[in-house]
Design a protein around this ligand. Structure first.
Ligand SMILES: Nc1ncnc2c1ncn2[C@@H]1O[C@H](COP(=O)(O)OP(=O)(O)OP(=O)(O)O)[C@@H](O)[C@H]1O
Ligand SMILES: [Mg+2]
Length: 455
C-alpha cells in the first residue's frame, strides 16, 4: 500500500452543520470524528483519529468536561498537536483558554475566511516552532478506500469521507464572472451596524512616549475584530511618527491624509482610504511624512472619528504622546480612553497630572481604563504604590515580555502570535472590559469599576 499523507486537520464536534461547513472549507485535509463517541469517553475518540493530526478543532457543542478529557487524551498521544476550541464568546471562555492550554478559540459563526486565516496562522506557528512541517498541511493525495488511514470507523462515517467528491480546483477558483467593480470600490465587506447597537470609540493615550500605546491599540483592534469581524477600524493618529503599519507589516496605498481630505467626504471614498488587515480589521495609516501629518487639522481628525463611527462598531485611535491639540480633540470624540503608563515614577506622575487636567477641563471620557504596562517585580514599586502615585485604581497590569517585541518584529499582533504569553493574556482582558456584551459576567464587575473618576 502506498504511504498516504494524514489529513492535517481533525474536527470533533456534535454539530453536523458545522462539520459540513468545515468540510467545504478544508475538503480532504479534514478528518471528522463525531462528538457522539464521547459518550464512551475521550479514548473512544482518540482511537478513531488517524496517524498524526496537526491541528484539532474541538466543538461546537462539547461541554467543558468533554473538552478537557479530549485535550488530555489527544495531547498525551500527539504532544505537538495544535488545539482550537470552537465555541461562542462566553464569559467563561478565558478560563477555558487558561485551564486547557488552548492555542486558539474560534467562533462557530466565523466566516470561512476568518477560519482559514486562523488555521493558517496556527499552522505557521507550529511549523516555526518545530511542531510540524510546512508540507504536513498540504492536501493528501486522493484516497483509495483501501488506503484510508482510519481505524474502527462506522460505515456512516466512512461514507462521509469516501463519498465526498474530490473538489476540482477550477470549481473553487472560477465563480460567476463578476461585473467590474467601481474603480474605487473597497474589496472588503463592511458588515452593517445593527440598529440600536452603540458604536464605541476608544482612544489609547499616554503622557509620555514609548509606554506601549501602539502595542495596546493594535492588540485591542485584533481582539475586538474577533467579536466584530471587519467592523473594527484602527486609526493611527500619531500623526508625525505613526508606526502601526510597520508593526503590522502592512503596505498602505492611502493614509490619514487621504482619509481627511475633502474627496473622502463620501462614505465610499472614505472606505477606499483604509488598509485591510487579515485578522479582520481596517487601518487608517499614518501620514507618509511628518510634514504631511502636521497638515491634518485637529477638527478634521475629529470629523474622521465621527464618520468612522457611522460605519464601524469599534473605532480605536492610537495617539501622539502628551496632551496636544489632536489628542485633546480625540478625547472629546470617544467613549473610552485607555491610559497607558509604565512603572517609572516620572511616567506615573505625568499620568496623575494628565488625569487631573482632563477632569478639570471636563474631557475625561466616560469609560476609563488604566493600564500599567511592562510591569516588573524588580521595579521597586508595588501596584499599591503605583495607585498612590497616579491617584486612581489600576485596571490592568501587562507584564514585561519579550514576546511583545518578537511579535512586533514579525509584524503579527501579539495576541495572535503567542496566545499563552502573559502580556497577551493581560491585553486580552482589556478587550473584555471594552466588549461587555460578549462577556457579560466578567464585564459587569468591570463596567462598575471603570466608570470611577480619579480621586
Ligand atoms: N509589555 C511589554 N513588554 C515588553 N516590551 C514592550 C511591552 N509593551 C511595549 N513594549 C515595547 O516597548 C516599545 C514601545 O512600545 P509602543 O511602540 O507600543 O509604545 P508607544 O507608546 O506607542 O510609543 P510611541 O510613544 O513612540 O508611539 C516597543 O519596542 C514595544 O515592543
Ligand atoms: Mg506609538
Amino acid at each position: 500500500m502506498i504511504p498516504v499523507a494524514t489529513p492535517p486537520f481533525l474536527l470533533v464536534s456534535r454539530s453536523a452543520e458545522y462539520e459540513t461547513r468545515l468540510r467545504s472549507v478544508l475538503g480532504e485535509r479534514l478528518t471528522v470524528v463525531p462528538g457522539e463517541f464521547l459518550t464512551f469517553g475521550p479514548e473512544a475518540v482518540v482511537t478513531r483519529v488517524p496517524e498524526r493530526p496537526r491541528i484539532a478543532l474541538l466543538g461546537p457543542v462539547l461541554n467543558y468536561e468533554e473538552t478537557k478529557g479530549l485535550v488530555e487524551a489527544l495531547t498525551a498521544k500527539h504532544p505537538s498537536l495544535g488545539l482550537i476550541v470552537v465555541r461562542e464568546q462566553r464569559s467563561d471562555l478565558e478560563d477555558w483558554v487558561d485551564e486547557l492550554a488552548l492555542h486558539a478559540v474560534l467562533n462557530p459563526d466565523a466566516t470561512d475566511e476568518t477560519t482559514l486565516a486562523l488555521l493558517d496562522r496556527l499552522a505557521a506557528w507550529l511549523v516555526a516552532n518545530g511542531h510540524a512541517e510546512a508540507h504536513d498541511f498540504d492536501a493528501p493525495p486522493a484516497l483509495e478506500i483501501d488506503d484510508m488511514p482510519f481505524v474502527d470507523l462506522e460505515p456512516a462515517d466512512f461514507d462521509l469521507v469516501a463519498d465526498e467528491p474530490a473538489i476540482e480546483t477550477e470549481e473553487l477558483v472560477e465563480p460567476e464572472p463578476e461585473p467590474e467593480p467601481e474603480p474605487a470600490a473597497p474589496e472588503w465587506e463592511f458588515p452593517p451596524i445593527e440598529a440600536g447597537v452603540p458604536t464605541e470609540a476608544i482612544a489609547v493615550v499616554a503622557p509620555k512616549g514609548g509606554q506601549g500605546k501602539t502595542t495596546i491599540a493594535i492588540n485591542l483592534a485584533t481582539g475586538l475584530a474577533e467579536i466584530a469581524p471587519n467592523s473594527v477600524v484602527l486609526v493611527d493618529a500619531d500623526l508625525q511618527f505613526g508606526d502601526i503599519t510597520a508593526a503590522l507589516a502592512l503596505e498602505p496605498e492611502r493614509t490619514i491624509v487621504d482619509a481627511v481630505a475633502d474627496t473622502a467626504a463620501d462614505e465610499l471614498v472614505l472606505k477606499t482610504t483604509l488598509t485591510h488587515h487579515d485578522d479582520g480589521f481596517f487601518v487608517v495609516a499614518s501620514a507618509p511624512s511628518p510634514e504631511l501629518g502636521d497638515q491634518v487639522a485637529p477638527a478634521a481628525l475629529a470629523e474622521l472619528i465621527d464618520r468612522l463611527r457611522a460605519t464601524f462598531r469599534y473605532v480605536i485611535i492610537d495617539t501622539t504622546p502628551g496632551l496636544g491639540e489632536h489628542t485633546l480633540i480625540t478625547l472629546e470624540h470617544v467613549t473610552d480612553a485607555v491610559f497607558v503608563t509604565n512603572m517609572g515614577v516620572p511616567s506615573l506622575r505625568a499620568t496623575r497630572t494628565e488625569f487631573e487636567l482632563l477632569t478639570k477641563i471636563g474631557l475625561m471620557p466616560g469609560n476609563r481604563h488604566v493600564v500599567v504596562n511592562q510591569t516588573d517585580k524588580n521595579s521597586g514599586l508595588t501596584i499599591k504604590d503605583v495607585e498612590n502615585i497616579i491617584g486612581a485604581p489600576v485596571d490592568i497590569e501587562v507584564p514585561k515580555s519579550s514576546a511583545v517585541l518578537f511579535a512586533s518584529n514579525k509584524g503579527v499582533p501579539l495576541i495572535h502570535d503567542d496566545v499563552r504569553d502573559p502580556a497577551a493574556k493581560a491585553i486580552r482582558s482589556i478587550v473584555l472590559r471594552i466588549a461587555p456584551e460578549a462577556f457579560p459576567k466578567r464585564s459587569k464587575i468591570q463596567r462598575r469599576r471603570r466608570t470611577n473618576e480619579p480621586e
